[in-house]
Design a protein around this ligand. Structure first.
Ligand code: FES
Ligand code: FE2
Length: 410
């Protein structure tokens, strides 16, 4: 293992501070891992002639983990496979897209993109939360950008203006138009909900918009782990600290696999982490969530926990900190990783403490990013097709792949 690690060239991690056109945007900077690390990123996809459905069938979830093979590397390289994932995984059920701190105040909004779906989440002047497709009903321009505040959305193209409730308020210079009903040209709504500090969207076609809280959302999104998370410090009492975003040259699942290996890579990669801590972690698998945690001495709850919420959201709760990782596919070989940091309210003004905590965590993340990119390169190699699971630690990863298979086989 140590030998393997030495063969990975450290990647030049350039911190690119980007100018932020939206003064109150939570996006602080984007860290880009650019290098010659992936030599064949743009080469033709050799699996494209094989249908995505037949790739799905190459993984058998009925084989027990002790004997199972991992999914084939084509799951991590095929454009068609990613399209199927968008349709069957990301555009079904609840997806985490951000946190309530981003739309705390009336008239605030943030935008985002998942696959080809552009969305805007906003809080209107009455405090009501809404989400819409971020697409102008005139000629399809994107409407809002980044995040910010305002009492309406004005399209940058021809000035059509929408309220934060989605209603078309003004269509410029339409004198002479016929059979045009303003009420039919509001923004197209999306179903939005809140669980704890998180904002969720349901991007399913025909999912009806329901505003505010949805009583079932905890159960639908997290199943029986909902209560476990909320009673172990994943709650609204924490203060939002900041966001960090990174572009990583790997399939989105490579990052998820790394998070669900039960701490297996810890001793080899994160030399700063305490080995005793890693050895005391154990995995519990729920319906769509797995929790790697250190139980309290009385076994009532967790001292610290690292939850993977299928398909692409992670919640890490340790000491006074919580960080979340949202992994957004940008292509079969590229993803965006969004980290949000939260902290116990009493500590959030201690600048030195905050800076130190984030710096420490970023070091760990960089170690993971380097690894993930090295894995992607290995997955591209003709030498590799499928691997094995280590049953003692990789149960959550196997569960993740079984859930994917279940969604994709439909
Ligand atoms: S595209 Fe928005 S006003 Fe024309
Ligand atoms: Fe790690």
């Amino acid at each position: 293992m140590a030998m393997n690690m030495m063969m990975i060239n450290p990647i030049n991690l350039n911190l690119n501070k980007t100018r932020n056109p939206y003064p109150n945007s939570y996006i602080q900077h984007t860290q880009s891992l650019k290098s010659s690390q992936i030599s064949n990123t743009h080469e033709p996809n050799h699996t494209s002639f094989i249908s995505a459905h037949s790739l799905v069938q190459q993984f058998d979830p009925n084989i027990p983990i002790q004997e199972a093979l991992t999914p084939p590397s084509s799951w991590y390289t095929s454009t068609e496979f990613l399209s199927l994932e968008f349709d069957q995984v990301f555009f079904k059920g609840w997806q985490a897209v951000g946190c309530t701190a981003q739309v705390q105040e009336a008239n605030s909004f943030f935008t985002g993109r998942l696959g080809n779906i552009e969305y805007v989440v906003c809080r209107d002047e009455y405090g009501e939360l809404h989400a819409f497709h971020n697409v102008c009903r005139h000629h399809a321009s994107l409407l809002a950008f980044g995040s910010g505040k305002g009492s309406c959305f004005t399209c940058p193209y021809h000035g059509w203006t929408y309220g934060l409730n989605g209603a078309l308020l003004k269509a410029t210079r339409i004198t002479g138009i016929k059979n045009f009903n303003v009420n039919e040209f509001g923004l197209v709504p999306l179903r939005v909900a809140v669980w704890g500090p998180f904002i969720l969207l349901n991007l399913e076609k025909g999912a009806f918009s329901q505003q505010g809280c949805d009583d079932n959302v905890g159960m639908e999104w997290l199943g029986s782990s909902s209560k476990i998370l909320s009673t172990n410090g994943v709650d609204t009492s924490l203060s939002y600290v900041c966001r960090r975003e990174y572009i990583i040259e790997c399939n989105w699942k490579v990052f998820c696999d790394n998070h669900t290996d039960g701490g297996y890579h810890g001793p080899f990669v994160h030399k700063d982490l305490c080995l005793n801590l890693l050895n005391s972690l154990s995995t519990t698998v729920y319906e769509k969530v797995s929790i790697l945690g250190q139980e309290k001495l009385d076994r009532l709850g967790y001292e610290s926990l690292y939850a993977f919420i299928y398909p692409n959201f992670m919640v890490n709760r340790y000491g006074p900190w919580m960080d979340t990782n949202l992994i957004l596919p940008l292509g079969p070989r590229r993803c965006k990783v969004v980290f949000d940091y939260f902290l116990e309210a009493s500590l959030k003004d201690d600048e030195a403490f905050v800076a130190k905590g984030i710096e420490y965590n970023e070091k760990l993340q960089m170690e993971d990013f380097v690894l993930c990119q090295a894995v992607q390169r290995g997955l591209e190699s003709p030498a590799y097709s499928r691997g094995r699971y280590v049953p003692m630690v990789e149960e959550a990863m196997h569960h993740f792949h079984c859930l994917l298979h279940q969604n994709l086989i439909k």
